[in-house]
Design a protein around this ligand. Structure first.
Ligand code: NAP
Length: 320
């Protein structure tokens, strides 16, 4: 499925492309599942710097090494990956992708391909963000949007790695109930309580040492108001809005800071280190990726619309 133009959902077309070439640096992966992310929507709407149409979207995926694997990734290995695919070169909404070895990670046996396809972007971003924010056991963390990929991955990682509180939020009462049923007990239902009030209630007034925010807009501005002394907010996305207004005293009084994160600008070592943590927690069953719905590849436009407009609890994945 290729975006012929960056003009919205209608730009996506099913086309035939030659199999990508295997080189010394890249091996051929037969894609079995591709994660659908808001980045696909940003690009398809013509709002992402650097992407050029026509482009096969899909920033992450899972599949089987078909050619050129070597000893680290022998032919037949199940792999998952993220990289510049679907943004600066053709991506995973496709039967085959030539993938750089350094982008690959073996899928643990206890994780199926559909779940694996939705792991790389969310969990790598979450783990890198927590590390850059100085996370360690005992810290108090807030990651808004429990049903969203970033909010959920940060919450699961922080909890598994010993956070004192791993908090999240949702604007939707039904999702708050769903979160509770899934064992997420520190979720603020902002349909009935302000984000700041909820965080102060859960932490007995302390607030959050670390906020990782992919929502932007008012959520970012309210989250700044709960930073604990010396706390930090990392902004990495804008599901609600790219713009907001902040009260500067929310930074001044607690001597807090705000920083940005761009996964396309991470050094290789940061990704390798993050994969180690993620794989070990996956193997131990301490983190569990949540898939909301799968769609066949040809329904890529419907899948993306479902993610952006339906705001499901969990990941949307294309099966190929
Ligand atoms: N900087 C990077 O390198 C990087 C890496 C990964 C992702 N991102 C970005 O991070 C952002 C989040 O990604 P994601 O995968 O977590 O998105 P997602 O899975 O689509 O989740 C977004 C969540 O945000 C909440 N939301 C949406 N619109 C809202 C609104 N108007 N007001 C309040 N909440 C709203 C919804 O939760 P409720 O319905 O529960 O309220 C929704 O489930 C995206 O912009 C993505 O592109 C950036």
């Amino acid at each position: 499925m290729r975006a012929e133009t960056f003009s919205g959902y209608e730009g996506l077309k099913l086309i035939e492309l030659p199999k990508p070439a295997v080189t010394k640096a890249k091996l051929l992966v037969r894609i079995t599942a591709a994660g659908v992310t808001p980045l696909d929507h940003t690009i398809l709407s013509g709002k992402f710097h650097g992407s050029k149409a026509p482009l096969v979207l899909g920033n992450e995926g899972a599949g089987v090494v078909e050619q050129g694997g070597g000893t680290d990734f022998p032919v037949g290995s199940r792999v998952m990956f993220f990289g510049t695919y679907g943004a600066f070169e053709d991506g995973t909404d496709s039967e085959w992708v030539a993938v750089r070895k350094e982008d690959l990670c073996l899928i643990p046996d206890n994780v199926d391909d559909v779940s694996a396809a939705g792991i790389p972007v969310a969990y790598l971003t979450a783990q890198v963000a927590l590390t850059l924010a100085g996370f360690r056991a005992g810290k108090t963390v807030l990651a808004p949007a429990i049903g969203g990929s970033i909010g959920n991955a940060v919450t699961q990682l922080a909890r598994a790695l010993g956070a004192k509180h791993a908090m999240s939020s949702t604007t939707n009462h039904a999702k708050a109930e769903q979160a509770k049923a899934l064992g997420f007990n520190e979720v603020v239902d902002t349909s009935s309580e302000k984000l700041g009030d909820g965080v102060r209630r859960i932490t007995s007034g302390y607030g959050a040492d670390i906020v990782i925010d992919g929502v932007g807009g008012e959520v970012l501005s309210e989250a700044l108001g709960v930073l604990a002394l010396g706390g930090s907010l990392t902004t990495l996305g804008y599901s609600a809005s790219r713009k907001t207004t902040i009260d500067v005293t929310n930074l001044i009084v607690p001597q807090a800071s705000i920083r940005g994160l761009n996964m396309f600008a991470q050094p290789k070592a940061a990704i390798t280190d993050a994969w180690k943590v993620i794989v070990s927690l996956l193997k131990a069953g301490a983190i569990k990726p949540i898939v909301a719905k799968t769609f066949p590849l040809v329904e890529a436009a419907a899948a993306l619309r479902y993610l952006v407009e339906g705001r499901p609890f969990g990941r949307v994945v294309l099966t190929i």
